[in-house]
Ligand binder design. Sequence first.
Ligand code: ATP
Length: 451
Amino acid sequence: MEDIRLHIGLDDIDSPMGGCTTHIAVQIVHELSGKGNTWFTDYLNLIRLNPAVPWKTRGNGAVAIRLSVAGESDLVDVIEYVENRVDEYVAEYSNPKHQPSLVFLIGDVPGFLEKYGEKALYDFIPLDYALRVIGKLGEKIRVHAPRGRRGLIGALAAIGIQMLSGDYTYELIAYRKHEYIGKPRMIDENSIMEMDKATQGKTILNYDYESKRPLIIPRGPDPVLYGIRGEYPWDLIDAFKYLRVFEPVEYMAVFRTNQHTDSHLHPVDTVCDVHPYMCVRLTGTVSSKPRRIQGGHLVFKVCNECCMDVAVYEPTKRFRDVVEKLEPGDKVEVMGCVRPGSRSHGATLNLEKICVIELARKTIKLNPLCPKCGRRMESAGKGKGFKCRHCGYKSLELSKEEIVVPRDIQTMCYQPPLHVFKHVMRPLGRPVVHRVFTGSELITPFVWKLS
Ligand code: ATP
């Protein structure tokens, strides 16, 4: 008998009381790996979907588990087991605002589901669209959404985004024991810096030296103790050994992810192609001098056939100060997600990164230099030319001089401080890596129960 492929998508299972979609997925993988007749075909996939979706809690994460089972009866067992396990978890970590959802896809992922997943990375997906895709999958799909169907949008997308080729990264997540959730995380910060220095180029965003903040530790009462992101699983396994952790770790797991790849930035040709809740990268011309608004935020206009406001927020400090040096006429590539308009402003791109492509020539007009004594002259009155206050020289012929002002910004890319980075944003120092995942590079186990 032939193995049956099963993809399980999970979303919206997090709760302010300590639950998290990745946490239950890790427990499921750990428990299934002990059952036999079940083989994982990939690491846990952690997909960061469109970060501009209004109802996301934190990083708009959804998870896919991909496996093979030996036959029909194992398939039924696995599905039933996962549904029950998620129901139990949701009962324990309840969240009235959320709509925990599971999607099971049997067999291969069809092209139209891949396309759906790609769109969920950068665009807003109406529930109707997700339900139409589910309908099209017919017998191959089963869903479990006991408290509302919104979570199906993300669970289905996680299955569609297989990351078989292109850029992807890994994350090693360590989970706390239940009784520690909500208490301060006990990790020696110096050991995070030591790890960061020892694994440079292999791990991503461990520590922000500018704001003196560790980046591998989430804030808030979720079960994640720390998460180290990096290029390969073995780099992460080397990295975590540097950490000095003073509380028990319950689980550890390796995820394959789209984090820090900019996979949410959809390239568009013109500003006219942009709509609210969309994340884009586009080239345009600065058409207004950046101005500070209430709260210390910065706003300027960028145009390419159409025009839109671009905002840089106060907490990005240094980034905002650089962007403030733009001038009308500068050619730039802007990257970010679009906030819908309100009564006071139109749709606005929240700037994540910017590349200055070409700087406009900035000039000022000054009175001419005196040909006799070399000092700057002054106007002699309307229509009366210029006079020199120092030597008395007068001229009707001389005219104002145009001076090119040196620009205090360069043709290069700029990013905000690391502590404001979203999970999916690629730091400028991390090159885009083209990879192919065939499954043969999977190292098992990739989930461990430690205490
Ligand atoms: P956490 O990171 O803690 O898991 P979260 O930020 O991932 O929390 P969720 O609780 O997963 O937030 O909520 C995100 C919700 O948005 C889900 O219901 C998901 O189905 C939905 N969603 C995800 N992507 C899109 C999209 N592109 N368009 C519309 N809805 C989406």
